[in-house]
Design a protein around this ligand. Sequence first.
Ligand SMILES: C[S@@+](CC[C@H](N)C(=O)[O-])C[C@H]1O[C@@H](n2cnc3c(N)ncnc32)[C@H](O)[C@@H]1O
Length: 256
Amino acid sequence: MKISPISFGSNNLIYTRHPANEYRIMRVSCHTSMFRSDMDWRAFSSVLSEYFKNSERVNIINGGCSDGSETYTLCLSLLNNADNHSAMKFFPISAYDYNEFMIDAVLGGYINLTPEDVVVLRENLGYKLGEYFMRLDNPPRNSMEKFKERKTTTYKVSDKLRHLVDYRRANILDVLEGMSDNTQNVVFMFRNAVPYLSTFEREKLFELIGKKLGSNTVMAFGGFDNNTYGSYIDATARKLGYLQKVKNGNSLVYLK
Ligand SMILES: C[S@@+](CC[C@H](N)C(=O)[O-])C[C@H]1O[C@@H](n2cnc3c(N)ncnc32)[C@H](O)[C@@H]1O
């Protein structure tokens, strides 16, 4: 698989990818945002807390995490929803993206926030915003420079938030492949990225989900996935034993 960046702009980076098994070249967008509005994050973290109330450790796999906005949103929602002690069983979250620029930036502990991100973070965190994100007047030039979009501002992510996530560059299919069969207590998220897979990869994704994720697992997809492949995902989820579907915005959430 060959990857080449074609434009930069923080969470708006777009690149092309040539899947090994296809002739066509695919354009992949890293677009994301804090508290992305296709999901009610408070409701989602309540579902997770309730569903896993008897589990001691839950592995959250956040595939296609882009610049980390989604993973941090989930961390903050879980912390907001549960007392610190019961939220800890969800951490560290394992987050993956196969775009090296996204993973480089997120590993550096920086994030470029749009004015909309800051508004929604203020709404959700209030005065605690500064505990998690520190605005940088002189951001480091090295890796962030190429991600800079005019309307974004660079923030440093506090260690206490950053350490809740283990970020790695990987193809989500390889991550699943590497898991033991029938793993329990997993939350598998691959949101707003299904349309970027080739037909072969999409089928492989669900075949691996069926094989690797056992009982007591949750799957979540995004509004873009729902708009594009909603009925396919619904039918496949049922086939794989995810018989309970939870209503959450335009997102797809299934329990097994
Ligand atoms: C549109 S962004 C969605 C980001 C985030 N999940 C959200 O909903 O806001 C899609 C991300 O998925 C990543 N991606 C696509 N296919 C992937 C794969 N097979 N493995 C890992 N990351 C992938 C892309 O690099 C991109 O950063």
